[in-house]
Design a protein around this ligand. Structure first.
Ligand code: ADE
Length: 267
């Protein structure tokens, strides 16, 4: 049996893209069972109002608790399944990472609450915590207009890890963020294009040398664009050549952690 995914939103049509591509196939195969709920169906007034001005003043509008409470009660009662995880996308949440995607791919029921405007009245998540495990997550340090795009990103990141969704399981291990590094640059045919050659080693058929070249390139790329990821590596998990590549890229091990080499980078 697959994973249940419920989404509550005022824009159900955002989620039509989940009919496409691998996630669409996962749904048709039953690996992912998606139900999208329109928050406005849980309002009681003629205008189907979901927002109000914030107490204490301030700009913008907040989503009112009433419709949210009713919608989440409805979702919770809609299945016999146990122990749902309620995901609330928000720029104020913890960072969503590949580690969370891996953990959530093992869940059996994910519910997404997509806020709009300046967010949802805080009491909604407090109240929901009695019936759901609640996680507020952010895609990154920037602000979207609402949780829909973030929920789509999380559903895709989790959905592709479900068994059988991505045809070749090896492609789930040789990619950025799986081992805390960015992946190496990649090339396909033709071997020469606009005067640019593919690195010789990739044409050599020498698997050991190719793996080493990719590892070096991955370390260098990560050191260049994501020093924060280098700081999180365990030096004890790396081999002598890894340490040499990082040293050349300006990183030294001190007190069991990688730190930028003080002073000018040695060559
Ligand atoms: N909603 C608005 N901005 C967001 C972000 N950066 N991540 C997740 N949800 C959001």
């Amino acid at each position: 049996m697959g994973v249940f995914v419920d989404v509550v939103t005022i824009f159900p049509s955002y989620f039509e893209v989940l009919d496409l591509s691998l996630l669409g196939k996962a749904r048709r195969d039953g690996a992912l069972e998606l139900t999208v709920h329109d928050l406005r169906d849980f309002t009681n007034d003629r205008h189907r109002t979901v927002d109000e001005t914030p107490y204490g003043g301030g700009p913008g509008m907040l989503m009112q608790p009433g419709p949210w409470g009713a919608a989440l009660d409805h979702v919770r009662a809609s299945r016999g399944a146990d122990d749902p995880l309620l995901v609330v996308p928000s720029p104020a949440g913890e960072r969503f990472t590949q580690r969370l995607a891996e953990a959530w791919a093992a869940e059996n029921w994910l519910v997404f609450a997509c806020g709009r405007y300046e967010g949802i009245d805080t009491r909604v998540a407090e109240d929901a915590a009695a019936r759901f495990r609640v996680r507020e997550v952010s895609l990154g340090d920037y602000v979207l207009n609402g949780g829909e795009v973030a929920a789509l990103a999380v559903i895709e990141a989790v959905g592709r890890l479900l068994p059988g969704v991505v045809g070749n399981e090896d492609s789930l291990t040789d990619e950025s963020h799986v081992d805390g590094l960015l992946e190496a640059p990649a090339y396909t045919k033709p071997a020469g294009w606009r005067g640019r050659a593919v690195p010789e080693v990739l044409l050599s058929g020498h698997h050991g040398a190719i793996a080493r070249w990719r590892r070096d390139a991955s370390l260098r790329r990560t050191a260049g664009v994501r020093p924060d990821l280098i700081e999180h590596l365990e030096p004890g998990q790396l081999d002598a050549r890894d340490l040499e590549v990082l040293r050349e890229s300006g990183w030294t091990v001190a007190d069991g952690r990688f730190r930028p080499t003080p002073g000018p980078v040695a060559d």
